[in-house]
Design a protein around this ligand. Sequence first.
Ligand code: ASP
Length: 453
Amino acid sequence: MKVVKFGGSSLASSEQLNKVFNIVMSDSERKIVVVSAPGKRFAEDIKVTDLLIALAEKALTSSNTDSELNAVLERYMNIAKDVDLSPNIIDTIREDLLNRLNADKTNVEQYIDLLKASGEDNNAKLVAAYFQNKGVEASYVDPKEAGLLVTNEPGNAQVLPDSYNRIYRLREKSGILIFPGFFGYNENGEVVTFSRSGSDITGSILANGIKADLYENFSDVDAVYSVNPNIIKNPNEIREITFREMRELAYGGFSVFHDEALYPAFLAGIPVNVKNTNNPTAPGTLIVKHRTNQYGPVIGISSEKGFCNIYVRKYLMNREIGFGSRLLKILEDYGLSYEHTPSGIDDLSVILRHSQMDQDLEQEIISRIQHELKADEVHVIPNIALIMVVGEGMRHNIGTMARASKALARSTINIEMINQGSSEVSMMFGVKEKDEKKAVQALYEEFFVGVMV
Ligand code: ASP
Protein backbone atom coordinates (compact mmCIF):
# COMPACT_ATOMS: atom_id res chain seq x y z
CA MET A 1 0.00 0.00 0.00
CA LYS A 2 1.32 3.43 -0.95
CA VAL A 3 0.48 6.96 0.08
CA VAL A 4 0.97 9.42 -2.74
CA LYS A 5 1.00 13.19 -2.30
CA PHE A 6 0.68 15.81 -5.03
CA GLY A 7 1.88 19.37 -4.54
CA GLY A 8 0.12 22.55 -5.64
CA SER A 9 1.73 22.84 -9.07
CA SER A 10 0.64 19.23 -9.81
CA LEU A 11 -2.97 20.31 -9.29
CA ALA A 12 -2.92 23.84 -10.66
CA SER A 13 -4.85 23.12 -13.88
CA SER A 14 -7.02 20.52 -15.57
CA GLU A 15 -4.03 19.34 -17.58
CA GLN A 16 -2.11 18.68 -14.38
CA LEU A 17 -5.11 16.98 -12.78
CA ASN A 18 -5.21 14.58 -15.67
CA LYS A 19 -1.55 13.70 -15.14
CA VAL A 20 -2.31 13.04 -11.46
CA PHE A 21 -5.15 10.71 -12.43
CA ASN A 22 -2.92 8.73 -14.81
CA ILE A 23 -0.17 8.43 -12.21
CA VAL A 24 -2.56 7.16 -9.53
CA MET A 25 -4.26 4.69 -11.87
CA SER A 26 -0.99 3.26 -13.19
CA ASP A 27 -0.24 1.52 -9.87
CA SER A 28 -2.94 -0.31 -7.93
CA GLU A 29 -0.89 0.03 -4.72
CA ARG A 30 -1.59 3.79 -4.69
CA LYS A 31 -4.34 3.81 -2.10
CA ILE A 32 -4.31 7.21 -0.40
CA VAL A 33 -3.90 10.38 -2.45
CA VAL A 34 -3.02 13.51 -0.47
CA VAL A 35 -3.67 16.77 -2.28
CA SER A 36 -2.49 20.35 -1.90
CA ALA A 37 -4.55 23.36 -2.90
CA PRO A 38 -4.12 24.44 -6.55
CA GLY A 39 -0.73 26.13 -6.81
CA LYS A 40 0.97 28.30 -9.41
CA ARG A 41 0.33 27.65 -13.12
CA PHE A 42 3.18 29.98 -14.14
CA ALA A 43 5.89 31.91 -12.28
CA GLU A 44 3.85 35.07 -11.54
CA ASP A 45 0.66 33.19 -10.64
CA ILE A 46 -0.76 33.25 -7.08
CA LYS A 47 -1.32 30.06 -5.09
CA VAL A 48 -4.88 29.43 -3.91
CA THR A 49 -3.56 29.37 -0.32
CA ASP A 50 -2.27 32.93 -0.74
CA LEU A 51 -5.59 34.00 -2.27
CA LEU A 52 -7.32 32.51 0.77
CA ILE A 53 -5.08 34.36 3.20
CA ALA A 54 -5.92 37.60 1.36
CA LEU A 55 -9.62 36.68 1.57
CA ALA A 56 -9.45 36.02 5.31
CA GLU A 57 -7.57 39.25 5.95
CA LYS A 58 -10.12 41.24 3.96
CA ALA A 59 -13.00 39.59 5.82
CA LEU A 60 -11.46 40.63 9.12
CA THR A 61 -11.67 44.30 8.21
CA SER A 62 -14.49 44.62 5.68
CA SER A 63 -17.82 43.05 4.80
CA ASN A 64 -17.20 43.29 1.07
CA THR A 65 -15.10 40.29 0.13
CA ASP A 66 -16.61 39.65 -3.32
CA SER A 67 -13.52 40.16 -5.42
CA GLU A 68 -11.27 38.07 -3.12
CA LEU A 69 -13.90 35.32 -2.95
CA ASN A 70 -14.32 35.28 -6.71
CA ALA A 71 -10.55 35.05 -7.24
CA VAL A 72 -10.56 31.80 -5.24
CA LEU A 73 -13.70 30.38 -6.87
CA GLU A 74 -12.40 31.15 -10.33
CA ARG A 75 -9.43 28.87 -9.83
CA TYR A 76 -11.67 25.90 -9.04
CA MET A 77 -14.10 26.86 -11.81
CA ASN A 78 -11.36 26.88 -14.44
CA ILE A 79 -10.29 23.38 -13.48
CA ALA A 80 -13.83 21.99 -13.17
CA LYS A 81 -15.10 23.32 -16.48
CA ASP A 82 -12.09 22.07 -18.45
CA VAL A 83 -12.67 18.52 -17.23
CA ASP A 84 -16.48 18.59 -17.57
CA LEU A 85 -17.29 18.29 -13.89
CA SER A 86 -20.86 19.07 -12.90
CA PRO A 87 -21.30 22.66 -11.60
CA ASN A 88 -22.51 21.10 -8.32
CA ILE A 89 -18.93 20.88 -7.14
CA ILE A 90 -18.49 24.66 -7.48
CA ASP A 91 -21.77 25.21 -5.59
CA THR A 92 -20.45 22.99 -2.81
CA ILE A 93 -17.17 24.94 -2.68
CA ARG A 94 -18.95 28.32 -2.69
CA GLU A 95 -21.24 27.25 0.14
CA ASP A 96 -18.32 25.94 2.14
CA LEU A 97 -16.39 29.20 1.71
CA LEU A 98 -19.39 31.31 2.70
CA ASN A 99 -19.82 29.23 5.85
CA ARG A 100 -16.18 29.68 6.75
CA LEU A 101 -16.34 33.44 6.08
CA ASN A 102 -19.22 33.70 8.53
CA ALA A 103 -17.44 31.83 11.28
CA ASP A 104 -16.47 33.42 14.60
CA LYS A 105 -13.63 35.93 14.12
CA THR A 106 -12.65 36.40 17.77
CA ASN A 107 -9.50 34.38 17.40
CA VAL A 108 -7.84 35.89 14.33
CA GLU A 109 -5.21 33.20 13.83
CA GLN A 110 -7.80 30.45 14.09
CA TYR A 111 -10.05 32.25 11.61
CA ILE A 112 -7.22 32.60 9.08
CA ASP A 113 -6.39 28.89 9.51
CA LEU A 114 -10.01 27.95 8.86
CA LEU A 115 -9.95 29.76 5.52
CA LYS A 116 -6.41 28.68 4.60
CA ALA A 117 -7.27 25.01 5.10
CA SER A 118 -10.23 25.23 2.73
CA GLY A 119 -7.77 25.29 -0.19
CA GLU A 120 -6.84 21.65 0.25
CA ASP A 121 -10.21 20.58 1.70
CA ASN A 122 -12.19 21.78 -1.30
CA ASN A 123 -9.56 20.59 -3.73
CA ALA A 124 -9.79 17.09 -2.26
CA LYS A 125 -13.57 17.18 -2.90
CA LEU A 126 -12.96 18.33 -6.47
CA VAL A 127 -10.32 15.68 -7.13
CA ALA A 128 -12.59 12.96 -5.69
CA ALA A 129 -15.43 14.14 -7.97
CA TYR A 130 -13.04 13.99 -10.93
CA PHE A 131 -11.99 10.40 -10.18
CA GLN A 132 -15.65 9.39 -9.72
CA ASN A 133 -16.52 11.04 -13.03
CA LYS A 134 -13.95 8.82 -14.66
CA GLY A 135 -15.76 5.79 -13.26
CA VAL A 136 -13.24 5.04 -10.52
CA GLU A 137 -14.24 4.13 -6.96
CA ALA A 138 -12.84 7.09 -5.03
CA SER A 139 -13.96 9.11 -2.04
CA TYR A 140 -13.06 12.26 -0.16
CA VAL A 141 -11.88 11.64 3.40
CA ASP A 142 -12.57 14.18 6.14
CA PRO A 143 -9.44 14.48 8.37
CA LYS A 144 -11.76 14.87 11.38
CA GLU A 145 -13.43 11.53 10.71
CA ALA A 146 -10.05 9.94 10.08
CA GLY A 147 -8.96 11.17 13.53
CA LEU A 148 -6.06 13.40 12.45
CA LEU A 149 -5.71 15.40 15.66
CA VAL A 150 -3.08 18.08 16.12
CA THR A 151 -1.85 20.57 18.71
CA ASN A 152 -3.63 23.91 18.93
CA GLU A 153 -0.88 26.00 17.31
CA PRO A 154 -2.36 27.87 14.34
CA GLY A 155 -0.05 27.81 11.33
CA ASN A 156 2.35 25.52 13.11
CA ALA A 157 0.40 22.45 14.28
CA GLN A 158 2.09 19.22 15.35
CA VAL A 159 0.44 15.83 15.06
CA LEU A 160 -0.84 14.22 18.28
CA PRO A 161 0.70 10.74 18.36
CA ASP A 162 -2.54 8.86 19.07
CA SER A 163 -3.71 9.93 15.60
CA TYR A 164 -1.60 7.20 14.04
CA ASN A 165 -3.68 4.34 15.43
CA ARG A 166 -6.93 5.94 14.35
CA ILE A 167 -5.57 6.52 10.85
CA TYR A 168 -4.70 2.81 10.56
CA ARG A 169 -8.42 2.14 10.11
CA LEU A 170 -8.32 3.84 6.70
CA ARG A 171 -6.78 0.62 5.38
CA GLU A 172 -10.20 -0.98 5.53
CA LYS A 173 -11.99 1.60 3.40
CA SER A 174 -12.50 0.49 -0.15
CA GLY A 175 -11.45 2.40 -3.25
CA ILE A 176 -9.02 5.26 -3.61
CA LEU A 177 -9.08 7.76 -0.76
CA ILE A 178 -8.57 11.44 -1.52
CA PHE A 179 -7.28 13.19 1.59
CA PRO A 180 -6.76 16.96 1.95
CA GLY A 181 -3.26 17.96 3.06
CA PHE A 182 -2.06 20.79 5.31
CA PHE A 183 -4.39 20.61 8.34
CA GLY A 184 -5.89 18.60 11.14
CA TYR A 185 -8.25 19.30 14.03
CA ASN A 186 -7.48 20.31 17.59
CA GLU A 187 -9.11 18.57 20.54
CA ASN A 188 -12.01 21.06 20.41
CA GLY A 189 -12.76 20.03 16.83
CA GLU A 190 -11.38 23.23 15.24
CA VAL A 191 -9.25 23.39 12.11
CA VAL A 192 -5.52 24.03 12.64
CA THR A 193 -2.97 24.10 9.82
CA PHE A 194 0.61 22.88 9.68
CA SER A 195 3.34 25.32 8.63
CA ARG A 196 3.39 26.41 4.98
CA SER A 197 3.90 23.60 2.45
CA GLY A 198 2.53 21.30 5.14
CA SER A 199 0.70 18.86 2.86
CA ASP A 200 4.00 16.96 2.80
CA ILE A 201 3.52 16.50 6.56
CA THR A 202 -0.01 15.13 6.11
CA GLY A 203 1.29 12.56 3.61
CA SER A 204 4.00 11.47 6.00
CA ILE A 205 1.56 11.13 8.91
CA LEU A 206 -0.80 9.03 6.80
CA ALA A 207 2.04 6.84 5.54
CA ASN A 208 3.01 6.20 9.17
CA GLY A 209 -0.62 5.66 10.22
CA ILE A 210 -1.55 3.10 7.59
CA LYS A 211 1.95 1.54 7.73
CA ALA A 212 2.47 2.14 4.03
CA ASP A 213 5.24 0.42 2.10
CA LEU A 214 6.17 3.68 0.42
CA TYR A 215 5.33 7.39 0.59
CA GLU A 216 5.54 8.98 -2.85
CA ASN A 217 5.80 12.76 -2.92
CA PHE A 218 5.15 14.27 -6.35
CA SER A 219 6.15 17.84 -7.15
CA ASP A 220 7.66 19.51 -10.21
CA VAL A 221 11.33 18.56 -10.10
CA ASP A 222 12.96 15.30 -11.17
CA ALA A 223 14.90 14.79 -7.97
CA VAL A 224 16.47 16.34 -4.93
CA TYR A 225 19.66 17.97 -6.15
CA SER A 226 23.00 17.87 -4.42
CA VAL A 227 23.10 21.67 -4.42
CA ASN A 228 20.75 24.58 -5.12
CA PRO A 229 20.16 24.67 -8.91
CA ASN A 230 19.96 28.47 -8.69
CA ILE A 231 23.63 28.49 -7.71
CA ILE A 232 25.00 25.61 -9.79
CA LYS A 233 23.57 24.87 -13.22
CA ASN A 234 22.39 21.27 -13.76
CA PRO A 235 23.71 19.88 -10.49
CA ASN A 236 23.88 16.18 -9.67
CA GLU A 237 20.63 14.47 -8.85
CA ILE A 238 20.63 12.48 -5.63
CA ARG A 239 19.28 8.95 -6.11
CA GLU A 240 19.30 7.85 -2.49
CA ILE A 241 19.75 9.88 0.69
CA THR A 242 19.16 9.17 4.39
CA PHE A 243 16.58 10.96 6.54
CA ARG A 244 19.41 12.32 8.60
CA GLU A 245 21.23 13.79 5.62
CA MET A 246 18.01 15.37 4.35
CA ARG A 247 17.45 16.91 7.77
CA GLU A 248 20.97 18.36 7.85
CA LEU A 249 20.43 19.85 4.39
CA ALA A 250 17.31 21.69 5.47
CA TYR A 251 18.67 25.11 4.45
CA GLY A 252 17.85 26.98 1.22
CA GLY A 253 17.43 25.09 -2.01
CA PHE A 254 16.44 21.88 -0.26
CA SER A 255 12.81 22.86 0.11
CA VAL A 256 11.62 20.16 -2.32
CA PHE A 257 10.37 18.20 0.69
CA HIS A 258 9.24 19.84 3.96
CA ASP A 259 11.78 18.96 6.67
CA GLU A 260 9.04 18.47 9.30
CA ALA A 261 7.62 15.77 7.05
CA LEU A 262 10.70 13.60 7.49
CA TYR A 263 9.94 12.52 11.04
CA PRO A 264 6.63 10.57 10.83
CA ALA A 265 7.91 8.49 7.90
CA PHE A 266 11.30 8.03 9.59
CA LEU A 267 9.60 6.85 12.81
CA ALA A 268 7.83 4.07 10.95
CA GLY A 269 10.82 3.33 8.69
CA ILE A 270 8.85 4.15 5.54
CA PRO A 271 10.95 5.25 2.56
CA VAL A 272 9.95 8.47 0.82
CA ASN A 273 10.24 8.76 -2.95
CA VAL A 274 10.39 12.34 -4.25
CA LYS A 275 9.13 12.31 -7.86
CA ASN A 276 8.02 14.59 -10.68
CA THR A 277 4.38 14.72 -11.85
CA ASN A 278 5.61 16.06 -15.20
CA ASN A 279 8.10 13.24 -15.66
CA PRO A 280 6.74 10.31 -13.63
CA THR A 281 9.00 7.66 -15.12
CA ALA A 282 12.14 9.38 -13.78
CA PRO A 283 13.32 7.48 -10.68
CA GLY A 284 13.36 10.54 -8.41
CA THR A 285 15.11 10.54 -5.04
CA LEU A 286 14.60 7.89 -2.39
CA ILE A 287 14.89 8.99 1.26
CA VAL A 288 15.73 5.99 3.45
CA LYS A 289 16.92 5.07 6.94
CA HIS A 290 20.17 3.55 5.72
CA ARG A 291 21.55 3.93 2.26
CA THR A 292 23.48 1.32 0.38
CA ASN A 293 25.25 3.51 -2.16
CA GLN A 294 28.75 4.79 -1.47
CA TYR A 295 28.84 8.21 -3.08
CA GLY A 296 31.93 9.39 -1.26
CA PRO A 297 32.06 11.67 1.74
CA VAL A 298 29.62 14.38 0.66
CA ILE A 299 26.06 13.97 -0.62
CA GLY A 300 24.88 17.58 -0.67
CA ILE A 301 25.69 21.20 0.05
CA SER A 302 23.13 23.73 1.23
CA SER A 303 23.35 27.37 2.15
CA GLU A 304 21.27 30.24 3.45
CA LYS A 305 21.78 33.91 4.22
CA GLY A 306 20.32 36.03 6.99
CA PHE A 307 22.08 34.74 10.10
CA CYS A 308 23.99 36.57 12.80
CA ASN A 309 26.46 35.49 15.43
CA ILE A 310 26.14 36.60 19.04
CA TYR A 311 29.77 36.34 20.06
CA VAL A 312 30.47 36.09 23.79
CA ARG A 313 33.93 35.91 25.39
CA LYS A 314 34.74 35.45 29.06
CA TYR A 315 37.99 34.34 30.63
CA LEU A 316 37.61 30.90 32.31
CA MET A 317 34.20 30.36 30.72
CA ASN A 318 35.03 26.65 30.53
CA ARG A 319 35.05 26.40 34.35
CA GLU A 320 31.91 28.39 35.00
CA ILE A 321 29.09 25.94 35.62
CA GLY A 322 25.84 26.89 33.91
CA PHE A 323 27.27 29.70 31.76
CA GLY A 324 25.89 28.25 28.51
CA SER A 325 22.48 27.56 29.95
CA ARG A 326 22.17 31.08 31.43
CA LEU A 327 23.13 32.57 28.07
CA LEU A 328 20.55 30.48 26.21
CA LYS A 329 17.95 31.27 28.88
CA ILE A 330 18.29 34.98 27.99
CA LEU A 331 17.48 34.13 24.36
CA GLU A 332 14.61 31.92 25.48
CA ASP A 333 13.13 34.85 27.44
CA TYR A 334 12.61 36.63 24.12
CA GLY A 335 11.33 33.54 22.29
CA LEU A 336 14.42 33.36 20.05
CA SER A 337 15.44 30.08 18.48
CA TYR A 338 19.03 29.37 17.56
CA GLU A 339 20.68 27.10 14.99
CA HIS A 340 24.21 26.33 16.21
CA THR A 341 26.49 27.09 19.14
CA PRO A 342 30.13 26.67 18.12
CA SER A 343 32.44 27.25 21.07
CA GLY A 344 36.04 27.67 22.20
CA ILE A 345 37.58 27.44 25.65
CA ASP A 346 36.77 31.04 26.60
CA ASP A 347 34.21 31.95 23.99
CA LEU A 348 30.87 30.88 22.63
CA SER A 349 28.94 31.87 19.52
CA VAL A 350 25.22 31.57 19.14
CA ILE A 351 24.07 31.52 15.53
CA LEU A 352 20.51 32.58 14.90
CA ARG A 353 18.27 34.05 12.24
CA HIS A 354 18.80 37.78 12.39
CA SER A 355 15.23 38.59 11.32
CA GLN A 356 14.07 37.49 14.78
CA MET A 357 15.60 40.61 16.39
CA ASP A 358 15.22 44.32 15.82
CA GLN A 359 17.92 46.80 16.88
CA ASP A 360 16.39 47.57 20.27
CA LEU A 361 16.07 43.92 21.16
CA GLU A 362 19.64 43.31 20.03
CA GLN A 363 20.89 46.06 22.35
CA GLU A 364 18.82 44.72 25.24
CA ILE A 365 20.23 41.23 24.79
CA ILE A 366 23.82 42.47 24.57
CA SER A 367 23.39 44.49 27.75
CA ARG A 368 21.81 41.58 29.65
CA ILE A 369 24.66 39.28 28.64
CA GLN A 370 27.19 41.91 29.73
CA HIS A 371 25.58 42.52 33.09
CA GLU A 372 24.07 39.21 34.09
CA LEU A 373 26.89 36.99 32.79
CA LYS A 374 29.72 39.49 33.37
CA ALA A 375 31.09 38.73 29.90
CA ASP A 376 34.39 40.36 28.85
CA GLU A 377 33.17 40.92 25.31
CA VAL A 378 29.80 40.65 23.58
CA HIS A 379 28.93 41.70 20.08
CA VAL A 380 26.62 40.73 17.26
CA ILE A 381 28.18 39.93 13.89
CA PRO A 382 25.56 40.37 11.14
CA ASN A 383 25.26 39.22 7.50
CA ILE A 384 26.39 35.65 7.93
CA ALA A 385 25.59 32.86 5.50
CA LEU A 386 25.63 29.27 6.71
CA ILE A 387 26.98 26.60 4.40
CA MET A 388 26.24 22.98 5.29
CA VAL A 389 28.35 20.22 3.79
CA VAL A 390 26.55 16.95 4.45
CA GLY A 391 27.19 13.23 4.01
CA GLU A 392 27.13 10.06 6.11
CA GLY A 393 30.28 9.03 4.24
CA MET A 394 32.29 11.65 6.14
CA ARG A 395 32.48 9.32 9.09
CA HIS A 396 34.68 6.89 7.17
CA ASN A 397 36.69 9.39 5.17
CA ILE A 398 39.73 11.14 6.54
CA GLY A 399 40.49 14.66 5.38
CA THR A 400 37.04 15.91 4.32
CA MET A 401 37.37 19.01 6.48
CA ALA A 402 40.83 19.66 5.07
CA ARG A 403 39.50 19.38 1.51
CA ALA A 404 36.61 21.75 2.27
CA SER A 405 38.72 24.40 3.94
CA LYS A 406 41.37 24.18 1.22
CA ALA A 407 38.69 24.68 -1.43
CA LEU A 408 37.42 27.77 0.41
CA ALA A 409 40.97 29.10 0.80
CA ARG A 410 41.64 28.64 -2.92
CA SER A 411 38.68 30.91 -3.58
CA THR A 412 40.01 33.41 -1.01
CA ILE A 413 37.00 32.99 1.27
CA ASN A 414 37.50 33.69 4.93
CA ILE A 415 35.79 31.14 7.19
CA GLU A 416 34.16 33.04 10.06
CA MET A 417 33.14 29.91 11.93
CA ILE A 418 33.27 26.14 11.71
CA ASN A 419 31.08 23.60 13.45
CA GLN A 420 31.25 19.84 13.15
CA GLY A 421 28.99 17.75 15.33
CA SER A 422 30.38 14.54 16.78
CA SER A 423 27.91 12.61 14.64
CA GLU A 424 30.12 13.54 11.67
CA VAL A 425 27.22 13.79 9.28
CA SER A 426 27.72 17.46 8.53
CA MET A 427 30.11 20.37 8.68
CA MET A 428 28.92 23.92 8.99
CA PHE A 429 30.85 26.91 7.71
CA GLY A 430 29.86 30.46 8.52
CA VAL A 431 31.00 32.90 5.84
CA LYS A 432 30.16 36.52 4.96
CA GLU A 433 26.94 36.72 2.98
CA LYS A 434 28.73 38.25 0.01
CA ASP A 435 30.83 35.06 -0.23
CA GLU A 436 27.92 32.61 -0.07
CA LYS A 437 27.67 31.72 -3.76
CA LYS A 438 31.42 31.62 -4.28
CA ALA A 439 31.78 29.29 -1.29
CA VAL A 440 29.11 26.90 -2.54
CA GLN A 441 30.68 26.87 -5.98
CA ALA A 442 34.13 26.13 -4.56
CA LEU A 443 32.80 23.29 -2.40
CA TYR A 444 30.71 21.83 -5.20
CA GLU A 445 33.71 21.82 -7.49
CA GLU A 446 35.80 20.08 -4.84
CA PHE A 447 33.33 17.33 -3.99
CA PHE A 448 31.19 16.83 -7.08
CA VAL A 449 32.75 17.85 -10.34
CA GLY A 450 33.75 14.69 -12.14
CA VAL A 451 32.00 12.50 -9.53
CA MET A 452 28.91 10.53 -10.54
CA VAL A 453 26.17 10.53 -7.92
N1 ASP B 1 -1.16 24.96 0.18
C1 ASP B 1 -0.32 25.07 1.32
C2 ASP B 1 0.77 26.09 1.06
O1 ASP B 1 0.80 26.72 0.01
C3 ASP B 1 0.21 23.74 1.76
C4 ASP B 1 0.91 22.94 0.71
O2 ASP B 1 0.85 23.24 -0.47
O3 ASP B 1 1.56 21.95 1.07
O4 ASP B 1 1.60 26.31 1.91
